[in-house]
Design a protein around this ligand. Structure first.
Ligand SMILES: Cc1cc2nc3c(=O)[nH]c(=O)nc-3n(C[C@H](O)[C@H](O)[C@H](O)COP(=O)(O)OP(=O)(O)OC[C@H]3O[C@@H](n4cnc5c(N)ncnc54)[C@H](O)[C@@H]3O)c2cc1C
Length: 393
């Protein structure tokens, strides 16, 4: 029996679209199914840093992004209201709605098609084929579509699909945030991140988008999200910024919206299905602590597509090969973010923040990790790390 498609990608965000872009050069009959029609909104900080930039270049999408994005060369961090440190690193802001649309359009050529379909999570594996159940959103009509390989890129906003596949073992998202687009008069020309005590180890950000618009938001760990009114804190934060720069109130484009993030590869172990590739935030591919997730979603999608292309038609379960690649190539890069999360949420955080504020060397190490100039393995051992960061010559 022949499948309807060689590959079905479910979810057209960065994780799914990047897999689609790589497969679009291959001749494999591919379907991208998303419950939304594009362009669709995705709540995000809209910041593209080191790994996003590298992967967008790899996908041949960097020029398009750069032409329409807002490019800056540094990020300023405020661990204390009156003390900051600056990291020299390229960062481009780009409205996610537009970015995701560019990426999806880039994937839709040759044998790659798009349909607006909702995956219900129901699936069956028979005769080496995967049968997936979808509903058509407008009519509620059910459809079963078969494929040889499936890429699940449904993100982490709704967990029903992942719960069905993992028999309920899935970890819930660990971060929650709100953000909105604000038109204001402040003379801010580079991204700023405030580690505000009221956010209890979370942070607030203000990212210039160009033409007087700013992406402003704040986020916390989900375990404390229910005890904090993020919308109210965001409003207070904006009032304080207006006051700091002595400018009049600006206007929100619309009421700030909330969303969750899933970080630290927490669900990588729970999602295993024959010849199926879980990419992006389904497995928790976002970096802990910083919340950067676009680059990693792109990278997992690229890895999944390469595994399909390299092992297509092999009898074995190639989902396993992909998981091995993630473990070997991706996991080491999560370590600095994991440790940063531990360190900067510990009682020692102010000590470390003060060190960073006055040390150019530490700031360069952070810039190196953010821009991927430094591989964490190079500073991995505790002794080496200590010497590199704190030894006074
Ligand atoms: C407030 C906030 C700020 C952030 N800021 C940044 C930042 O500045 N920089 C950064 O790099 N990252 C940031 N992130 C993280 C980033 O948004 C995510 O890591 C990224 O979107 C993950 O991409 P993805 O493709 O895995 O999932 P998504 O982008 O969530 O895409 C999933 C797609 O799947 C579709 N879908 C879901 N369920 C189904 C279903 N059942 N059937 C069919 N389709 C379905 C959805 O419609 C969606 O299009 C932020 C996140 C939040 C919430």
């Amino acid at each position: 029996m022949l499948p309807d498609y060689d590959v079905i990608i479910i979810g057209g965000g960065p994780g799914g679209a990047s897999a689609g872009i790589v497969l679009s050069e291959s001749g494999l009959k591919t379907l991208i199914a998303d419950e939304c029609n594009f362009p669709r909104e995705k709540v995000c900080g809209d910041g593209l840093t080191g790994d996003s930039i590298r992967n967008l270049k790899y996908l041949g999408a960097w020029r398009d992004v750069l032409n329409a994005g807002h490019r800056m060369g540094k990020i300023e961090f405020f661990p204390f209201p009156e003390q900051s440190f600056t990291i020299n690193a390229e960062i481009v802001t780009f409205e996610r709605k537009v970015l995701d649309d560019i990426l999806l359009k880039k994937a839709l050529k040759n044998n790659v098609n798009f349909e607006q379909l909702l995956f219900t999570g129901k699936h069956e594996i028979r005769n080496a084929l995967i049968f997936l159940e979808f509903t058509k959103k407008d009519t509620n009509e059910k459809r079963i579509i078969s494929c040889t390989y499936a890429v699940i890129a449904t993100g982490c906003q709704k967990l029903n699909v992942l719960k069905t596949i993992s028999n309920g073992k899935i970890n819930k998202p660990d971060l929650a945030a709100v953000r909105g687009y604000y038109k204001g008069d402040f003379p801010i020309t580079h991204p700023m991140v405030y580690f505000d005590e009221r956010l209890k180890n979370g942070y607030a950000w203000i990212f210039p988008m160009g033409r007087g618009f700013f992406n402003i938001g704040c986020g916390v760990k989900t375990k404390i999200a229910s005890s904090i009114n993020l919308q109210l804190l965001l409003k207070e934060f904006v009032d304080e910024i207006n006051e700091k720069y002595g400018v009049a109130q600006g206007v929100w484009k619309e009421k700030p919206k909330g969303a969750v993030l899933s970080s630290g590869m927490k669900n990588y172990r729970h999602l295993k299905l024959k010849n199926t590739f879980f990419v992006g935030e389904t497995i928790g591919s976002t970096y802990s602590y910083t919340g950067e997730g676009i680059g990693k979603a792109l990278e997992t999608g690229i890895n999944a597509a390469h595994t399909i292309l390299n092992f297509y038609k092999k009898k074995k379960d190639i989902g396993k090969v992909y998981r091995k690649i993630l473990r070997k190539e991706l996991f080491p890069r999560y370590r600095p973010y994991f440790w940063a999360d531990k360190l900067f949420t510990s009682p020692l955080k102010n000590y470390f923040y003060r060190k960073i504020c006055v040390s150019k060397r530490l700031q360069n190490v952070i810039a190196g990790i953010l821009t991927e100039r430094i591989r964490f393995e190079e500073v991995l051992s505790v002794k080496k790390l200590y010497t590199k960061l704190f030894w006074k010559r």
